[in-house]
Design a protein around this ligand. Structure first.
Ligand code: GLN
Length: 338
C-alpha cells in the first residue's frame, strides 16, 4: 500500500468509534441540516440554462434539484429530487479511468492519455493540438475520456460496453441502464466528438476503432443515474474503492489518490482552479446537471440540477456542494469557511 492510502486508512481506523461511525465526521444531524439548508438556499436560483447541444437535454425539467451526502459506510442524507434519473454524462469519466487503472495500472493514464488540466473547454480540439506529447490531455475532458474507453481491455465492442457499464454499476452499487433517448439524441449529433476521436486516432492516441469508441463513450455518457447513485459512487472513492452498500472492492485503494488528484485539477474543466480555490474538494461535473465531490476517506457530496453555467457545470449543484464543504470545513487544504 502506498503512504497516502495507509495514512487515510490509519486515520479512519483511529477515529472509528464503538458505533462504527467515524468520530471525526460531523454529527448526522449536522449533515442533514447542511443538506437541507443548501437545498433551500438555492432551490429558487434561476441562473444558467440546460445544455442544448445535446437536443434532448433541453427537455429535462429545469427546476429539478437534489442534494445528497453519502458517508463511507453508506448512510445517506438527502433533500429534494434525489431519485430522478438523469444522464450521468461526464461524471462517468473518472470511473472509466478507474477501470483502466485497475486493468493496466495507474501509469497507463499518464503515459497513454495524460493528466494535465487543459485550461480549455471540455470539448476542446485545440487542446489536442497544443499538448503534443499528451494528445488526449487528461481522462476527464472528452478527448481523454474517449481514449480511456478505447483503452479498456475487451474482446469485442459488446464486451467493452459490458465492462464499462458493469464497472459504473459496481461503483453505484446497483445495476444501471442507459437512457436510450439521450443516447440517440447525442450519438446522432456528436460531430464534434467524432472529430476528436478521429484526430486522436490519427495521432495514434486512440486504442480501438474510433467509431466503436464513440458508440461506447456516448452510451457511457447516457447511463441514467440519480443524485443518490452519484453520492454512492463518490462514497466508494471516499471508502478507498470499496462500495459501502455491497462491500465489493471496485478499484485498488492505492489508485484512489491518483484518481482524486486528476479530479481535483480537471474535474471542473476550465473552472477547476476556481472550484478548488473556493470549495477545495476533488469533484466531477456533467452536462446532465450532476456533480459529485469527494471528501477523501470520509464521505461524498452529490447534487443535481439541469441549469449549467458557461463552463458546463450545474449552477445550483456547484453552489450547494461548495457551501456544504465550507460549512463542514472539509476542504482538503484545510477548512475553507465562506
Ligand atoms: N457526453 C457529453 C459530451 O461528450 C459529456 C460532456 C460533459 O458532460 N461535459 O459532450
Amino acid at each position: 500500500m502506498k503512504k497516502t492510502a495507509v495514512t487515510v486508512a490509519m486515520l479512519a481506523i483511529a477515529t472509528l468509534g464503538v458505533t462504527g461511525v467515524n468520530a471525526a465526521d460531523p454529527a448526522p444531524k449536522d449533515l442533514q441540516r447542511v443538506v437541507n439548508e443548501a437545498h433551500a438556499r438555492y432551490k429558487n436560483l434561476q441562473d444558467g440554462k440546460n445544455a442544448d447541444y445535446i437536443p434532448i437535454l433541453t427537455k429535462t425539467p429545469s427546476e429539478l434539484f437534489g442534494v445528497v451526502i453519502a458517508t463511507r459506510d453508506g448512510r445517506l442524507y438527502t433533500a429534494g429530487d434525489v431519485d430522478y434519473k438523469f444522464s450521468i454524462q461526464s461524471v462517468s469519466k473518472p470511473f472509466t479511468a478507474a477501470l483502466v487503472m485497475t486493468q493496466q495500472g495507474p501509469k497507463v493514464l499518464d503515459e497513454k492519455i495524460g493528466v494535465e488540466p487543459t485550461g480549455l473547454p471540455f470539448n476542446s480540439r485545440l487542446a489536442i493540438e497544443l499538448y503534443k506529447d499528451q494528445r488526449s490531455v487528461n481522462p476527464l475532458v472528452n478527448a481523454g475520456a474517449i481514449a480511456a474507453v478505447s483503452l479498456v481491455q475487451a474482446t469485442s465492442e459488446q464486451d467493452r460496453w459490458n465492462k464499462v457499464l458493469g464497472n459504473i454499476s459496481d461503483f453505484a452499487g446497483t445495476p444501471l441502464t442507459v437512457l436510450e433517448d439521450v443516447y440517440e439524441s447525442e450519438y446522432t449529433t456528436s460531430f464534434g466528438n467524432r472529430a476528436i476521436a478521429n484526430l486522436l486516432y490519427n495521432y495514434e492516441r486512440l486504442y480501438s476503432d474510433p467509431e466503436e469508441a464513440m458508440r461506447v463513450y456516448t452510451r457511457q455518457c447516457s447511463i441514467g443515474v440519480s443524485a443518490k447513485d452519484l453520492a454512492i459512487m463518490g462514497a466508494t472513492l471516499a471508502n478507498l474503492g470499496v462500495n459501502p452498500l455491497t462491500n465489493k472492492r471496485v478499484m485498488n485503494a492505492d489508485d484512489v489518490p491518483e484518481l482524486l488528484a486528476v479530479m481535483a485539477t480537471a474535474g471542473f474543466y476550465d473552472e477547476s482552479g476556481e472550484w478548488m480555490y473556493t470549495a477545495g474538494l476533488p469533484a466531477k461535473t456533467g452536462v446532465g446537471g450532476g456533480i459529485v465531490a469527494v471528501v477523501p476517506g470520509r464521505f461524498a457530496i452529490a447534487a443535481f440540477s439541469p441549469r449549467l453555467n458557461e463552463a458546463g457545470n450545474s449552477v445550483r449543484a456547484l453552489n450547494a456542494i461548495r457551501d456544504i464543504a465550507g460549512e463542514l470545513g472539509v476542504g482538503v487544504f484545510g477548512p475553507n469557511p465562506k
